[in-house]
Design a protein around this ligand. Sequence first.
Ligand SMILES: *Cc1c(COP(=O)(O)O)cnc(C)c1O
Length: 369
Amino acid sequence: MKVPFVDLKAQYREIKPEIRSAIMSVVEDCAFVGGKYVEQFEQDFAAFCGRRYAVGVSSGTSALHLALMAMEIGPGDEIVTAANTFIATTEAVTHAGASFNPVDIDARSHNMDASLIEGAITDRTKAIVPVHLYGQPADMDAVNEIAEKHNLLVLEDAAQAQGAEYKGRRAGSLGTAAAFSFYPAKNLGAYGDAGIVVTDEKEIADGIRLLANHGRAGATGHAVEGFNARLDGIQAAVLGTKLPHLDQWNGRRHEAAERYNQLLADLDVVVPEEMPYAKHVYHLYVIRVKNRDKVKEELAAREVYCGLHYAVPLHLLDAYKRLNKPKGSYPVTEEVTSEILSLPMFPEISEDQQKYVADSLGEVLEKMD
Ligand SMILES: *Cc1c(COP(=O)(O)O)cnc(C)c1O
């Protein structure tokens, strides 16, 4: 048996007629950039998150970047974020002209350790950027309490958490604004690059709309220099077609995660923990295992394909040598990231595939003893 890490074709097969007709409508209308399909999806996604405004953009990275700019975070400003995240989170901060101060993560949730945030705040700090890593919201009550006390904005990096919940409220409705990615492999994926920002603040929404479209204001005027970071009509139509399925797909991911938890119960691995406050949507199902690199290699030899999210923590990447944070700076992140392994996870994964993953992992671990 072969178990891919994700299987985008399985999902396409399930919704093929809907997708084809949605794409053809955009083509017939030639509504390629902006236009009614984008507007409709913005309304639908804002409602899904329980927010007033949504502004579609070209990627999750643009969503973060333009949200920071529209929140007037720039040169001289700092934000606090998690030490274990994808580089896009911090790229966006740098591209806005600001700098970032990572805090270590909590070993149970893999999200930023809220008890460390206050220690990372300086008089230049303007915002906290929690990342809902792997599809589980960060501890947002704790984050918001600190933000309020220090008068900071909160930008959720919800790229991995479409549909996740914190105490019954959706990811995206938990801070000042939230950025989502619709990269094809995300829980809600486009057929190319796409992203969105949701917020209740009209000024932030208007600011992003302006920046994403060359600063265009009125028919001929440009209020500022902006970017070309608009959402395509075809992507919006694909996303709008998929959105009504998202809760059901997330439900299947959740069931698959529970099945993995049972199948792996007797193995010497740590399975992911769903925090009491969270509804986890398992964008990734991440275990901890000793001799991780060897285990990953042995699983691949059995045609079980795993991922690493992320193999090297931000502060140890070549891209961030300038941070001057040597090994040992973020001990929990460093320990956890040396053991993490993302197992195959997608809504259509079958029970047989999951059993094969668990059996293969059992065999590999036994061989290594
Ligand atoms: C995917 C992702 C992004 C970036 O999204 P793109 O659409 O690829 O630009 C940002 N942050 C996190 C945590 C992500 O997983």
